[in-house]
Design a protein around this ligand. Structure first.
Ligand code: HEC
Ligand code: HEC
Ligand code: HEC
Ligand code: HEC
Ligand code: HEC
Length: 441
């Protein structure tokens, strides 16, 4: 049947209008409007050195991220799932995304200009003027026009002067909202909450006390983990060559819990700081009685402003290892043992989340995440009590050890996206407790 020409036109016009509406959602800025971190670092030397090698610097080149992103895209046909899978670059390559290079995840395979590939960089954050939503990187930007006319850089000072750029006080930069804008992630179509550190913080005790993300994450420096259970002292100094001495400068290491990726890029300082953060995040305590055949182990989140784990929690794993030894060191009970192939024993207590495909089947691919099947994590300043059933043991003196471990991903995930044995995922010991128990026989 031949369609009447007029009808086809209306259809075309409608489709064209739809495309226009969806195009206008992405605000484009010429890449040439942004200034490279190296230029900023010319004056802000210390801040640049701190940021260099951080996960913000590495967010576009991080091999685990890139391989997971490309792996997730493979074989997708559902348009809603594809829409999510193509959006990874919005947060991981933010300057590239707003300038259209790369516009979508599959463009990763193409070469993009160096400036875009710098990840979460100085001029992206310091051009931000507001956040439309507290999730999915909906920041309003007002970048300048390149090095000749770099425009206004926004920050925490009310009296800041530089010959290079204009400066402006910005309340946004002093608040958790600027972090939450990227650190809370929702599926663009299904709305599933994929990452929620900001939401967890917002309803928790630290928000109530006015302790923002910056108060922990931008006070850390080597030897000063700056967590909820440690001091978070000021860091006096000059923000730029020739600038005044300030009572406190916010540091730019942006350390979380990832010891692996920074060390792959030679940033051993970042890796050491992640370990310091993790070892000041939680405590574990063995609850004495074992006589009745049960052992209780308590894990408390003492240092994180959000759940442990947080962020990419369906991939992150915190687990509990419990080992009981008897006479002569003979192992009588062992749960949570890490096997040589990197897997964990069935029955291991693991703090993590699990997404589902909408029909109750677990999925690792966030593009397919239609529901949250399980959320076993520990909220800020809260405890989890785990009960272990212990088989009968004949020894009269027992040594009980409990260890809390962290890793950024299960080994089999790394093996499946990068190839077996390509990336060995290390485990970090977060906390430990040991008790000698005498049993009345
Ligand atoms: C030619 C040197 C120079 C360069 C290059 C430079 N800055 Fe600055 N900047 C300064 C000086 C000096 C100050 C004032 C420091 C103070 O007030 O303590 C400053 C202040 C700032 C502030 C604080 C603003 C406020 O009001 O709180 C921010 C943020 C900032 N710069 C970001 C940047 C960024 C981002 C870049 C790169 C796009 C950059 N700067 C490049 C010299 C420079
Ligand atoms: C993820 C966003 C982000 C990135 C990337 C970032 N900054 Fe900042 N920066 C901030 C925030 C937020 C503050 C203020 C924190 C507060 O007041 O609570 C800040 C503060 C500053 C200040 C004021 C002095 C201080 O340290 O408190 C300067 C100068 C500055 N940044 C420069 C830079 C430079 C140069 C880079 C790149 C090497 C950079 N920033 C990268 C978010 C960022
Ligand atoms: C433009 C988006 C964006 C903004 C804004 C942003 N981040 Fe990030 N941040 C990221 C991405 C993406 C990563 C992960 C990179 C990776 O692991 O490949 C990350 C990583 C981190 C990590 C390391 C996590 C780990 O696993 O070790 C910390 C800590 C962090 N950000 C803190 C902050 C804080 C604090 C702020 C606010 C001052 C902030 N971020 C603002 C996008 C952002
Ligand atoms: C009271 C201190 C404190 C506050 C406030 C805080 N954090 Fe954290 N954060 C920690 C500690 C400790 C860790 C390491 C333990 C862990 O991984 O949860 C951490 C880890 C992280 C990680 C890495 C998690 C992972 O395992 O991949 C991210 C991302 C992060 N924080 C983002 C944020 C954001 C965003 C905010 C604000 C909404 C924030 N944090 C507020 C202490 C804090
Ligand atoms: C709205 C912002 C946002 C979007 C969109 C986003 N991410 Fe992320 N991604 C983050 C943040 C923030 C982190 C750091 C979280 C943490 O450390 O727990 C992160 C961390 C990761 C990591 C961990 C990297 C590591 O080294 O451990 C992987 C893998 C990842 N993202 C994959 C993806 C994929 C695949 C997509 C697209 C389907 C995607 N991300 C889309 C914000 C985003």
């Amino acid at each position: 049947m031949i369609q009447p020409a007029s009808m086809r036109c209306i259809l075309c016009a409608a489709i064209a209008a739809m495309i226009c509406v969806s195009c206008s959602k992405v605000k484009h800025y010429e890449l040439s409007r942004f200034v490279s971190p190296e230029t900023c670092g010319g004056c802000h030397t210390d801040i640049y050195e701190q940021w260099k090698g951080s996960l913000h610097d590495l967010s576009h080149v991080d091999p685990l991220y890139r391989e997971v992103a490309l792996h997730d895209l493979k074989g997708l046909t559902d348009v809603d799932e594809l829409e999510e899978a193509q959006l990874c670059v919005k947060c991981h390559t933010p300057v590239g995304y707003v300038s259209g290079m790369p516009a979508k995840t599959s463009d990763h395979l193409k070469k993009i200009p160096g400036l875009a590939a710098n990840g979460v960089q100085c001029d992206f954050c310091h051009s931000a003027t507001g956040a439309k939503k507290p999730y999915n990187a909906e920041l309003d930007l007002d970048p300048g026009h390149g090095e000749e006319n770099p425009g206004t850089k926004r920050g925490p000072f009310r009296d800041s002067r530089s010959d290079f750029h204009q400066s402006e006080y910005s309340a946004l930069h002093t608040r958790s909202e600027i972090c939450g804008s990227c650190h809370d992630v929702r599926h663009v179509v299904f709305g599933t909450k994929l990452e929620t550190p900001y939401e967890e913080w917002k309803k928790g005790p630290y928000a109530e006390r006015g302790i923002a993300c910056q108060d922990c994450h931008m006070r850390q420096r080597p030897g000063i983990p700056a967590t909820g259970s440690t001091e978070r002292p000021d860091n006096p100094g000059a923000a730029a060559a020739g600038g005044p001495i300030r009572k406190h400068l916010f540091t730019h290491y942006f350390v979380g819990a990832n010891i692996l990726i920074p060390s792959l890029f030679g940033s051993s300082e970042q890796a050491a700081m992640a370990e310091e953060r993790l070892t000041n995040a939680a405590v574990v305590a063995i609850d004495g009685s074992i006589g009745s055949g049960t052992l209780k182990v308590v894990v408390k989140n003492t240092g994180a402003g959000h759940c442990i784990p947080t962020g990419l929690s369906h991939v992150r794993q915190i687990w509990l290892e419990v080992k009981i030894t008897g006479a002569g060191g003979a192992v009588r009970y062992h749960s949570g043992k890490l096997k040589p192939d990197g897997s964990l024993d069935a029955g291991t207590v693991i703090y993590t989340t699990v997404f589902g495909d909408g029909k109750g089947r677990p999925v690792m691919n966030v593009a397919k995440a239609r529901e949250i099947l399980k959320d076993k994590r520990i909220e800020p300043l809260k405890s989890a009590v785990e009960t272990y059933r212990i088989p009968e043991i004949k020894d009269s003196t027992l040594t009980v050890e409990a260890k809390l471990w962290y890793r950024i991903a299960p080994q089999d995930l790394a093996d499946s996206v990068l190839g077996k044995g390509k990336l060995k995922i290390p485990a970090v010991l977060m906390a430990t407790d040991k008790k000698i128990i005498q049993l009345d026989r």
